[in-house]
Design a protein around this ligand. Structure first.
Ligand SMILES: [Fe+2]
Ligand SMILES: [Fe+2]
Length: 238
């Protein structure tokens, strides 16, 4: 299994592994390496991906330089290899919202995690990662996202997930492919506040969307998030 590396924004590297047997068109699992004084990995990948993903990190910087390990919710592709990363990077600390730390990570992580309050900024030195609680969006009570303030990159996790092995970064519409994927997977939690939450996220007006599954997107991120909100509302009310 090969993990490909592509810089999608200044100092933000997409590490992408294509797995052909997830969906008829296959599926990408993407992690993001954020280069800064205190480098951060966003998404760990499943345990089986660790050899390929850690080799990909090693093409950009020594794995031991990692200072922060983040992810959007507790799930195998988001957090499965968390403890392998903690072992490989002795100075690294897991970082997540308060709820995930209290409910799961204080127990699951081999070293104590660093909890972040909603809206709190983790200053990496050159990059500023603002944590946003997004309970049940896309799924999981503990869910949240990071927004990098200096360049307007929104690390949106499973939001706008789409299948296949598309280009690392696109300005083409990703909403249509995301709606098609969700109609297949049903992965979006359709909580009463999901649409409103996505519209609040759209107010960030991100320049780049760093997607966990599919192409990253450069363009009208707010429009894509509002479109996803409309889709969630229409499904919930159907
Ligand atoms: Fe997920
Ligand atoms: Fe995911």
């Amino acid at each position: 299994m090969e993990t490909r590396v592509h810089e999608i924004a200044d100092g933000v590297y997409r590490l992408s592994t294509f797995v052909p047997d997830v969906s008829p068109e296959g599926f990408t699992f993407n992690q993001f390496l954020i280069d800064a004084d205190e480098p951060m990995l966003f998404h760990c990948g499943q345990r089986m991906l660790f050899p390929a993903v850690s080799a990909a990190v090693g093409k950009v910087m020594p794995v031991e330089r990692l200072r922060w390990i983040g992810f959007g919710h507790v799930e195998a592709d988001e957090s499965g290899s968390m403890n392998q990363w903690l072992a490989a990077a002795p100075k690294a600390t897991v970082v997540h919202g308060v709820l995930a730390c209290d409910v799961s990570l204080n127990d699951l992580a081999d070293r104590p995690p660093r909890p972040l309050a909603d809206g709190e900024v983790l200053d990496l030195g050159g990059k500023r990662m603002r944590w946003l609680d997004t309970p049940h969006v896309p799924h999981g009570w503990e869910a949240g996202c990071f927004y990098e303030e200096t360049a307007g990159t929104f690390f949106c996790g499973d939001l706008l997930t789409h299948v296949g092995d598309p280009s690392p970064l696109t300005s083409d519409d990703v909403l249509g492919a995301a709606v098609a994927a969700d109609e297949m997977f049903g992965a979006m939690s359709l909580a009463p506040g999901s649409g409103a939450m996505l519209r609040r996220l759209a107010e960030l007006a991100p320049r780049t969307l760093a997607l966990m599954h599919g192409s990253s997107f450069a363009g009208d991120g707010a429009g894509a998030l509002r479109g996803l909100a409309d889709y969630c509302d229409s499904r919930r009310l159907a």
